[in-house]
Design a protein around this ligand. Structure first.
Ligand SMILES: C[S@@+](CC[C@H](N)C(=O)[O-])C[C@H]1O[C@@H](n2cnc3c(N)ncnc32)[C@H](O)[C@@H]1O
Length: 258
């Protein structure tokens, strides 16, 4: 019995030493990463599986990029679609995944640095030739845009969005969610919105009533490692739940089905 207790003590202390070593190793690696970003850096492979191959992010990019598993899910819904417009493309988390399964992506961001980072990251994934990168204000460009699916991943106002119990659509930046949706609808009714997990779902549902007849709508919770990270809302044909449509949104034969 005593020998068994001694063995257990040794085992426990070995586990403690291993954990301590792991923490020290992580601390050593995170030196040079700003404290604001550290938390996100530790999740770097959830953000980009190919992080080590040359992915680059700026500070805003770290906390605003869509985790890759979620971006893959968004893209799967659009498999075979003609043109997807990513209106707030950031460092390219979504645009890259859309480019892997759709004919073409238009990736817009108002910040030239973000567009440069998105271009770099698209090269890492080998999809840069399928993306048109545009530096510009989505709202100014909107009247001239044409596409089959519109993806809206606007700024949520930084990590402080978590502080409120219910995130209302008027807290979205740079314009409130209703105005944004109305602008988007003029381009196509097939819209995907990526929103905070605490968004007011009643308000979200009301967006579909802005059309007559109301648009089909589907609301999806997005988890990473079992934690709810965000909400995605699919409108129009994007709300059809099959992964692969027999006819794509643009009417062309789906690349995956044929
Ligand atoms: C939440 S981030 C997008 C993250 C992106 N989905 C990704 O995975 O990398 C929102 C982006 O919108 C951009 N933005 C803000 N106002 C904009 C505008 N009026 N037009 C286009 N982009 C804008 C910001 O520069 C920021 O990069």
């Amino acid at each position: 019995m005593r020998r068994w207790r001694k063995k257990r003590r040794i085992f426990k202390s070995k586990v403690r030493i291993k954990a301590k070593k792991r923490v020290l190793k992580e601390e050593k690696i995170t030196q040079g990463v700003s404290p604001l970003v550290e938390k996100y850096w530790l999740q770097r492979y959830d953000l980009f599986w190919r992080y080590d191959e040359g992915i680059k992010l700026d500070e805003e990019g770290w906390f605003s990029v869509t985790p890759e598993e979620i971006a893959v899910g968004h893209a799967q819904r659009c498999t075979g679609a003609g043109v997807v417009i990513d209106c707030f493309a950031g460092v390219g988390g979504n645009a890259i995944q859309f480019a892997r399964v759709c004919d073409h992506v238009v990736a817009i961001d108002i910040d030239p640095e973000k567009v440069a980072l998105a271009m770099n990251n698209a090269k890492v994934y080998g999809v840069e030739d399928h993306i048109d990168f545009v530096v510009g204000d989505f709202f100014q460009l909107a009247p001239s845009l044409k596409g089959d699916v519109l993806f809206l991943s606007p700024p949520w106002g930084g990590p402080s969005y978590k502080m409120t119990k219910k995130f209302t659509l008027d807290s979205l930046k740079p314009k409130d969610g209703h105005s944004m949706f109305q602008v988007a609808q003029k381009i196509t009714p097939h819209i995907i919105m990526y929103l905070p997990r605490n968004v007011d779902l009643l308000e979200v549902e009301q967006l579909s009533w802005l059309s007559s007849p109301p648009l089909d709508i589907e609301i999806e919770g997005n988890t990473v490692r079992g934690h709810l990270k965000a909400i995605t809302v699919y409108f129009g044909d994007a709300a059809i739940t099959q992964l692969c449509l027999p006819q794509t949104l643009s009417g062309a034969a789906c690349k995956v089905c044929i």
